[in-house]
Design a protein around this ligand. Sequence first.
Ligand SMILES: *Cc1c(COP(=O)(O)O)cnc(C)c1O
Length: 396
Amino acid sequence: MLSLSERGKQVAASSTLAITAKINQMVADGLDVIKFGAGEPDFDTPEHIKEAGIDSIQAGFTKYTAVAGIIELRNAIVTKFGNDNNLRYKPSEVIVNCGAKHTIYNILQAICNPGDEVIFAAPYWVSYIEIVKLAGGIPIIVETIANQNFCLTVDQIATEVTDKTKAVIINSPSNPTGTIYDSEALREIADLAVDKRFYIISDEIYESLLYDGYQHCSIATFNNDIKAITFVVNGVSKAYSMTGWRIGYAAGPEDAISAMSRIQSHSTSNPTSIAQKAALTAISGSQEAVESMRVAFEKRRDLICERFDGIDGVTYVKPQGAFYIFPDFSDHYSRTIDGFQIKGSQDLANFLLECVKVGVVPGVGFGADKNMRLSFATSEVEINRGLDRIKKALNG
Ligand SMILES: *Cc1c(COP(=O)(O)O)cnc(C)c1O
């Protein structure tokens, strides 16, 4: 019968990719759109990393590799976890996937039975919901607010835990809010996970982008009990501006990592051989470029916060990491501006795009309709021009 599966019918497209496509179309049409939609760094991949990719092509490193990633790369990841996170793993506890999104996908495929519950905070990264559902799981979404820094508390999680709870996803620093969990909160969540026996999926893709001197804390570090039930997810996309190369990775319990590898062996097989070589250079080579990008993002973060301070009716939590700010615009809802009726984040995003040609991502896609996500992975000139337009549009 020519009908799609329920899965195929029900999976939603990524709402962030949809608005990005609309913004890009306007740019292609020659319109002067200021883009705050990007979910990726605007910098080029550092030169020495690109060269490693080119060298591997020249050397003929263009064939299948080990499904879980070449051993040199897994060893480099083991070393990275040891040096940066004080976490000791064996290579057999590490897997390389086609981007961290794919890592999370494979984790949920490996651990979820139909009806299993996976808890995470709203505002959330859009893919968590669909990845959980595609694995047959049930997303249990817990609302967090600006006053709690958009971070789940242990009590909020404890209230949701049932005998169906399979995992809790923690994303720190967070996309879309830019906030981070403090280590005491993580320790409490870790203790609960050990006590109630559920996995932690710790999405640490923005680990290297922290501001104001904050240090990254991985929830897996508190003791061996929590380490044994935690997947630490990371990748090269955000830290090294390598989104197109598609390399993510995880460390976690060996039996689950092995299942992920078997699942991967029947879907993508190995991540691209040349991208693995580039990732090896990224992770084991000089980290200077990472720091200079971080410094640039911190300056832009300061600028965009300062500019929002000058706009009435918009509040925000100062981002501590990543490259997003997630202000609350709801004071402007129920207004009609230039004939645009603004009822929620989708309306406001359309208004800003069509009236003043500023592209932002409506918060509704992240489970927070009061808010809008603006990426500051763009130049200071563009941040200033864009915020001039937003101020004019909202404050007249
Ligand atoms: C970008 C992102 C990822 C994954 O990125 P990949 O390019 O697939 O490695 C994972 N989690 C969050 C929160 C992200 O923003």
